[in-house]
Ligand binder design. Sequence first.
Ligand SMILES: Cc1cc2nc3c(=O)[nH]c(=O)nc-3n(C[C@H](O)[C@H](O)[C@H](O)COP(=O)(O)O)c2cc1C
Length: 179
Amino acid sequence: MRLLTVCGSLRFRSSNAALLEAFRRVLPATVATEAFAGLGDLPHFNPDLDTEPLPAPVVLWRRAVERADALVISTPEYAHALPGSFKNALDWLVSGTEALSKPVAILHVARGTTWALDSLREVLKTMSARIVDAACVSLPLGSNQTDVETILARPELRMALLSSAESLAEALGQPLGKR
Ligand SMILES: Cc1cc2nc3c(=O)[nH]c(=O)nc-3n(C[C@H](O)[C@H](O)[C@H](O)COP(=O)(O)O)c2cc1C
């Protein structure tokens, strides 16, 4: 199983990135993971640019999505919506085939509102990606619990991340295996 984690935040100390890193660390070694790092390099989406030759960062983004068996997404909410840079990245997938039927797990940092989460679900549905509900988890992270070690130190969070990975593996028909 090969997973691509995608963080909707560009921030260096992003709590969503920490959550995705914690997710990667609970996985058995049999699972290959890649953390997409090129979100900030993507040009502003413009259908006029969506022609050959595509901008290099777009090629890298589409290839990363294509070679993954599934995506694991975690994003913050900005002004009751998805961060613009992340929505921009999703827009670059709309005309391609890479995300069609692609299984997706959403890791949500529960902080009270779900505008971005609801919007993400709607966008993914519109793109014909396949949201794996059983693998989507909402995790209560306090504002002082946003680094990888602190997340991994909480057994209930580790269990929730592992359970998400197991549900994703099940949806892919590929057993997760042992750590
Ligand atoms: C410009 C801006 C707008 C924000 N708007 C919201 C919001 O509408 N709702 C919310 O719950 N949090 C909002 N936040 C808080 C972020 O979602 C929160 O800080 C989150 O942890 C950032 O994710 P990160 O740690 O992965 O960068 C906002 C933060 C910024 C910088």
